[in-house]
Design a protein around this ligand. Structure first.
Ligand SMILES: [Zn+2]
Length: 438
């Protein structure tokens, strides 16, 4: 993370937010956006004038550490965020209670037991079940794809399957992590290892969730580094048998209390209409939760803080939500959708920042053509905005928006959609970089 990288992103966001407060649906032509140039310029200047956002991010991560659902770290970070939002002078700051799953990693290890013994760098996949206390030991079967596994399913029984899929990009490769346990379990494997979903480097394993399905017995699942995956694949290709001992203690404890954190800038003309933005305050239990998604909450928060500080009051209410439990449940998003179901159609725009904040490369967007045109007009004001394209994938891969949109859309069905043909859009800011896991 470089200090200077955040401000450009903040300015983009700030500019967009300012602009989206316009009554765009009633405007015609791109000229309407010019009226916001001065406001955008002020926000850009404020956002690039210091390293406030970086300092706040480091305060969050240094003080509270990683923030998995159910942990004290997350609870304390949530309290800090609400308190700090109040100090920022945001309106209607409060927390909204959500019960979240509480998965605990415990100790974990894996090693190749054949001579020479070779301890591996591993991370149990989020949500994995445990092995027996003494671990499991089995021969490894290496496959390069789900198809490869299907073709050779007869060899998998009683083995630890290693999915050694080639990493292309996160969105395309992540299915090998989420679907690993089911695919290997279906073939009769006793455990599954996944080549970490990310570029190779420094023997670093990468966690993330695994999905279990009720039709297949849950088997222990862990990620290993690309280097270790390659080593096993090479050994087996040379005709060696590779035997691995794997010990995992992952388990679920009773659901725990958590909360979404909400702060607003009240709209001056249409306060009931909501421009929703934010990121997720929870993180996995390794690392500091800085890139995923400390930066997402800080930059969206910063946009709102700066508007407040500069006395910019939008026409509509801007609602900042720091979502809890995106990583292993999206319960925060689900709770929000349920809580606001009756006012779902008041949401005119939603933005989730959850792809890092280096140099944004794309602008993922889902919404009507009218809404898309508004975004295009806003981008014309871009100043030093780095986005080069708008792509058709706003919600699909992103958990919070997927959950929100899915649920809110249910509430939108019916006469409201027809009676209120306002653009409903959501935006995802992406960094087109391998390994930036959302
Ligand atoms: Zn994320």
């Amino acid at each position: 993370m470089e200090t200077r990288r955040i401000p450009p992103f903040v300015l983009c966001l700030a500019a967009i937010l300012a602009l989206l407060t316009v009554n765009a649906a009633a405007q015609s032509g791109p000229g309407w956006v010019a009226a916001y140039r001065e406001t955008a310029t002020r926000l850009i200047k404020a956002a690039t004038g210091d390293d406030f956002a970086w300092q706040r991010l480091s305060e969050l991560t240094d003080t509270y550490g990683n923030r998995l659902a159910g942990t004290d770290n997350l609870t304390r970070a949530i309290a800090w965020a609400a308190d700090t939002m109040r100090k920022d002078g945001l309106d209607n700051v409060h927390t909204e209670r959500v019960m979240v799953p509480h998965w605990v990693r415990g100790r974990e290890s894996a090693e190749i037991v054949d001579p020479p013994r070779h301890p591996m760098a591993i991370l149990g996949l989020g949500g994995t079940v445990a092995t027996p206390p003494a671990g499991i030991e089995a021969d490894v079967m290496v496959v390069e794809s789900f198809n490869d596994l299907r073709m050779r399913a007869g060899e998998a029984r009683g083995k630890i399957v290693l999915l050694n899929e080639a990493f292309t990009n996160y969105a395309d490769t992540v299915t090998y992590r989420t679907g690993s346990a089911r695919a290997a379990g279906q073939a009769g494997a006793v455990g599954v290892l996944v080549r970490s979903v990310g570029p190779i480097g420094l023997r670093t394993p990468h966690t993330g969730s695994v999905n279990y399905q009720s039709d297949v017995a849950a088997i222990p699942a862990a990620a290993i580094s690309g280097e270790d995956a390659n080593r096993i694949a090479r050994l087996i290709a040379r005709g060696h048998k590779v035997r691995v001992h794997l010990t995992l203690e992952g388990h679920n404890e009773p659901d725990a209390e958590s909360a979404n954190v909400v702060g607003e800038i009240r709209g001056r003309e249409r306060p009931e209409e909501i421009v929703l933005l934010g990121g997720h305050i929870d993180s996995w239990d390794v690392g500091a939760g800085a890139s995923d998604d400390g930066v997402g909450i800080i930059v969206t928060w910063e946009a709102v803080r700066l508007m407040k500080k500069l006395g910019i009051q939008p026409r509509r209410t801007i609602r900042l939500v720091l979502w809890t439990n995106e990583e292993n449940g999206t319960r925060g998003a689900a709770a929000y959708a349920e809580r606001y179901a009756t006012t779902a159609t008041n949401h005119v725009f939603a933005l989730e920042a959850d792809s890092g904040v280096f140099e944004p490369a794309r602008f993922g967007f889902s919404g009507s053509l009218a809404a898309r045109n508004i975004i295009r007009s806003v981008l014309a004001l871009k100043a030093r905005i780095l986005w080069t394209e708008i792509v058709e994938r706003g919600a699909e891969p992103w958990q919070i928006l997927s959950t929100l949109l899915g649920l809110l859309e249910l509430a939108k069905l019916g006469e409201l959609r027809v009676a209120q043909p306002r653009p409903f859009a959501n935006v995802e800011i992406s960094r087109d970089t391998a390994g930036e896991a959302a």
